[in-house]
Design a protein around this ligand. Structure first.
Ligand code: NI
Ligand code: MN
Length: 228
């Protein structure tokens, strides 16, 4: 059973697994890096790490059009519920067996608010265990925190980590995060979307590969990584 991860730039992913399409933080229409638009994507589920516009993105429009169920923390899912969407609320540390795999919400060192200023609860990351047993850690917007090592203890196949700096970890802390998480493979995200978070991902990849055993995939927007 294989799982395909496609990056749309910033923190936006499509995960195709178990015959289902799962979008993560679908910031597409106003994302200058995204090769796809909100009107063109399929979705059975949408995962939202937090309420900031560059993560909530086009969730409401896509969910209305496709009927996708949106999974987020309790505060954000409650807000989306009021927009008339199908939702499933969870919270940090809690996991649930969805049709696409076991999804746990993880801590993220970041803030959150919904577009109308409503409280968004704490920003989250996601730890997905696919039906094939592979663990994929999508860190979301976060600074470095020591308990990343506890996430790493689960045995991570692929991690997606922000490297953009300013709002999240920068390259140096993201390298430290790789040491804590010890993933087999890592994808840098949340960089080069705007001038404020421009980074050289190739340089970061060289450092990670020189100093750890983790394999780095610097994806171009629209490119995929398949996990067998
Ligand atoms: Ni944010
Ligand atoms: Mn962000």
């Amino acid at each position: 059973m294989s799982t395909r991860l496609t990056w749309f730039g910033h923190a936006a992913f499509r995960i195709e697994t178990a015959g289902l399409t799962v979008l993560v933080d679908p910031f597409l229409d106003r994302n200058p890096l995204s090769p796809v638009k909100s009107g063109d994507v399929k979705a059975d589920f949408i995962l939202v790490t937090h309420g900031h516009g560059d993560h909530l993105g086009d969730t409401v429009a896509i969910a209305r059009r496709t009927g996708a169920k949106v999974i987020a923390n309790a505060e954000t899912s409650g807000w989306l519920d009021k927009q008339g969407l199908k939702t499933h609320g969870q919270h940090m540390g809690g996991g649930f067996n969805h049709p696409f795999g076991y999804l746990k919400l993880t801590f993220a060192l970041h803030g959150s608010a919904l577009p109308d200023g409503a409280y968004g609860g704490g920003a989250c990351g996601f730890l997905l265990t696919t039906l094939g047993g592979k663990k994929i850690y999508l860190a979301g917007d976060t600074g470095l925190f020591g308990d990343m090592s506890l996430i790493g203890d689960e045995g991570i196949e692929v991690a997606a980590l922000p490297i953009g700096d300013n709002y999240t970890m920068g390259p140096a802390d993201a390298l430290r995060a790789v040491r804590l998480i010890r993933p087999a493979q890592v994808i840098p995200i949340h960089y080069n979307t705007f001038p404020l978070i421009s980074q050289n991902a190739a340089d970061w990849a060289s450092q990670v590969q020189a100093q750890t055993t983790t394999r780095v995939h610097v994806l171009k927007p629209g490119e995929s990584l398949t996990v067998e």
